[in-house]
Design a protein around this ligand. Structure first.
Ligand code: KG4
Ligand code: ZN
Length: 370
């Protein structure tokens, strides 16, 4: 059975064809990164319009590239939660229209569950239960997963998501958007112990996660080094460090003095963020009495996080560790089609009245599952 997957919950448009929930026949992504980078963050209306322009041409492209037509498709799977409301509506509307026109089942998929499923897509032998660590731009959630759609929350961030923290710190340092890859690249060769950024209070069970203190610590560190931090003129949200004596060019908001030890700051920040995530993950495995960990979501692409998490799991009772493959960490439609297949064969089909659920805490039952 071939499932057409559609992903448009945030700023990436994704389309994929996956056979029997396992074999990727084709897939493509249209990234909006460059457009949103001008604003220092995602502008929801811009995201929505770009999905609207891109989605159906991308469906045509993926079908053509994989030698399939829409007649070969057995079901349409689409992300309907959580995410940006307008962006979700673009994907769901297109999926409904395709399902209706082709007279094929519609399957709505939870984006977070799909991120976790990305690991199963890569390794069909991966077994349940496992502790799932979902780290992305919008989420830092740790679950005990007992099935593809059965995830009990163990802990989640009290404030910023991990990816959001990488993005904000990268904006502070003026090194680009999205921040995760920029921090990773900047940290190369840097001293991870140069600055002892705080890891925050882990709480009595070690499960507490917070990233806002870390972000503030980087900001205070920049101030201490004599850098002023100014609100960008063009966005209002982007803040950039700049040496006080540096003249401010009219249109430029990203000038950085060479005196700022960027590599050290990036490496030290990254190490603190990694430590926070690893500490909470290990605590979660102890609490759930589970010796298997799956790392997924955009931040799971971080090389240092994968490395430290793998070593920490091994050291804790030889806990099995698996990270989603790099190409399936950030948002993609392969994971949507993969989980869509599972829901299809277990009868979790949606009606044409399915709606979007933008907030992660809205009741998932409302998702239009017939
Ligand atoms: O899963 P994703 O593509 O979208 C959401 O569902 O949010 O995650 C995007 C996030 C961004 O915050 C980005 O900065 C972060 O993942 N990210 C990384 C890396 N690659 C992407 N963070 C740290 N290191 C990376 N290599
Ligand atoms: Zn995501």
């Amino acid at each position: 059975m071939i499932v057409l997957g559609i992903e448009s919950s945030c700023d990436d448009t994704g389309v994929a064809l996956v056979e029997n929930g396992q074999t990727i026949l084709g897939g493509a992504r249209a990234s909006q990164e460059k457009v949103h980078a001008q604003y220092g963050g995602i502008v929801p209306e811009v995201a929505c319009r770009m999905h609207y322009e891109t989605l159906l041409p991308l469906v045509q492209k993926v079908c053509a590239a994989s030698g399939k037509t829409l007649a070969d498709v057995d079901a349409i799977a689409v992300t309907n939660q959580p995410g940006l409301v307008g962006s979700l509506y673009v994907g769901l509307s297109a999926a409904k229209a395709l399902a209706w026109a082709l007279q094929k089942p519609l399957v709505t998929v939870d984006h977070i569950e799909a991120h976790i499923y990305a690991a199963h897509l890569a390794d069909p032998d991966l077994d349940y239960p496992h502790v799932s660590v979902v780290v992305s731009g919008g989420h830092t959630d740790i679950f005990l997963s007992t099935g593809p759609t059965e995830h009990a929350l163990i802990t989640r961030t009290l404030d910023d998501a991990a990816g959001e923290c990488f993005d904000k710190v990268a904006a502070l340092l003026g090194i680009g958007y999205p921040g995760g890859p920029a921090v990773q690249a900047t940290s190369l060769g840097g001293n991870r112990e140069a600055v002892a950024y705080p890891r925050g209070d882990a709480g009595p069970e070690g499960l507490q996660i917070s990233f806002s203190g870390l972000k503030t610590a980087v900001l205070n560190d920049l101030r201490k080094r004599g850098f002023v931090v100014e609100a960008a003129k063009n966005a209002g949200r982007l803040i950039t460090a700049r040496a006080p004596e540096t003249p401010v060019p009219a249109s430029e908001t990203r000038t950085l003095s060479v005196r700022l030890p960027l590599a050290d700051i990036a490496a030290s920040f990254q190490e603190a963020a990694v430590d926070i995530l690893v500490r909470a993950t290990l605590a979660a495995t102890r609490k759930a009495r589970c010796r298997s960990v799956v790392l997924c979501g955009g931040v799971a692409a971080n090389k240092r996080l994968r490395e430290v998490m793998a070593a920490a799991c091994k050291a804790q009772k030889n806990t099995h560790f698996m990270a989603a493959p790099l190409n399936l960490c950030t948002d993609n439609a392969e994971m949507i089609a993969g989980l869509g297949f599972h829901k299809l064969v277990t009868g979790q089909i949606s009606g044409l009245d399915a709606d979007v659920l933008p907030n992660k805490d809205e009741k998932r039952q409302k998702a239009g599952t017939a």
